[in-house]
Design a protein around this ligand. Sequence first.
Ligand SMILES: [Zn+2]
Ligand SMILES: [Zn+2]
Length: 254
Amino acid sequence: MTPGPARSPLQVPVHDSPSSVLFAPFSSREIRKLSVCRVDNPESFNQLWHPNPGGLYDLRMGPFSDRGDLSCGTCLLRSEHCPGHLGHVELPLPVVNPLYIREVLQALKLSCLACHRLRVPDYSKELMLVQQKLLDRGLIIGAQRAADVADVESLSLEDEVEGSRRRSKRAADDVAVVERLRRFYEEEVAEDERRMEELALKSSAAVAAVGQTRNVQELKKRYRKEFVAAGKAGKGACRHCGARTKSVKIYRSR
Ligand SMILES: [Zn+2]
Ligand SMILES: [Zn+2]
């Protein structure tokens, strides 16, 4: 790129050379900050067919029609030039974002409603965590090996029926596997850091951009699925407090 004419510091965009990008929904605070008006009037128009303040067609969010000489209450431009501005509705009760209703339902189904813990073995949580963290570093082979380290096969989830001797052994197994996984993770990270240092000595350019490939995303999704499946397999009494909770259902009102 050839250098253009010198720009004043104010003209240089702050996001000129991002080192990473994160996508997430706006928080309530951000929504309120972006909003130009609070919509709290259920009557959109008055009797003369003019938009009511605080209604859905409040002019601060932009002109709702290109007819007449309506101009925006925020940027004062006419409809063909106003980009439109965000308003917001304050919700009196917590409401699940419809985009995440599946995930919320899944989390509720995996939770014990008596002790509010996930009804999955501790090692299973640790395994999922370790795998996700390793994948975030782009360590695909490490993430795959984590399952072998946990040796989940030998601690089958179907063992609930095998009586109290098995149950107390299971708690001890849980702790041992969690320990093993944590040690494995630390070793993998240390090894990775050593490798990165070596690479950086050879060429500093080739190091970046290992992380977010399609493979990594696929694996992350698969491990999440396996985690949910492990939770579903452990139905019945909660393995932490022993309580039996009813299944969570969703009611649709139409
Ligand atoms: Zn405007
Ligand atoms: Zn419980």
